[in-house]
Design a protein. Structure first.
Length: 200
């Protein structure tokens, strides 16, 4: 059975365009794989806490050596990592906020990057340990950035997922959503067609 981990990040919840594209993809995916299990996290509605020194130290402390306080501090990261490890497919809905990823997604990234668990350091550099997964990323933005020096989100997400070993990554962009009705509608229609192709 396929397990999908979905991470939505729009401050507009289910009305956000990135969330709608992610939801649309999963609906189409499940039409051909109805047995698929979906773990859905709305990181905007229920954000994970930002990384602190206490959480970072607790997460790196072996489980059997953690104090009660460290166990509580590490619990969120342990849960997030387990969800990611259990997933076959990762679906991310990510609006572009001030040229970058939402802080909610960055906080999630910070928790799931754990040496010895999701990646490891070797003599040849870091090696991702989650190579058996596919990721689909749905990015919505008011401006048009792909292919320009202002696209900080696409390369960052691709690099981070690759750092974890996830190199089979597919992007769908809906750009120019604040650049007039015609531009917005055309971008959304093209993004929806891309969703249909990916989920086929």
């Amino acid at each position: 059975m396929t397990t999908i981990l979905q991470l939505n990040n729009s401050i507009f919840g289910d009305d956000g365009q990135s969330a709608q594209l992610a939801d649309r993809f999963i609906a189409r995916f499940r039409a051909t794989a109805p047995e698929a299990r979906v773990i859905r996290r709305d990181l905007a509605a229920a954000p994970v806490p930002h990384l602190t020194a206490a959480r970072f130290t607790a997460a790196l402390t072996p489980v059997h050596e953690r104090s009660d306080e460290q166990a509580r501090e590490a619990a969120i990261a342990d849960t997030l990592i387990q969800e990611l490890e259990d997933a076959d497919v990762l679906v991310i809905g990510s609006p572009t906020y001030n040229f970058g990823v939402p802080s909610t997604l960055k906080a999630w990234f910070d928790h799931v990057a754990r040496a010895g668990r999701t990646f490891r350091y070797t003599a040849d550099g870091p090696e991702g340990l989650l190579a058996d997964k596919t990721a689909y990323v749905f990015i919505a933005s008011g401006g048009q950035y792909v292919g320009s020096e202002m696209d900080f989100q696409t390369p960052y997400i691709r690099h981070f997922l690759g750092f974890l070993g996830i190199t089979d990554v597919h992007f769908v962009h809906a750009e120019g959503l604040a650049m007039g009705e015609d531009t917005s509608q055309q971008a959304l229609e093209e993004a929806r067609r891309s969703v249909e192709k990916l989920a086929a």
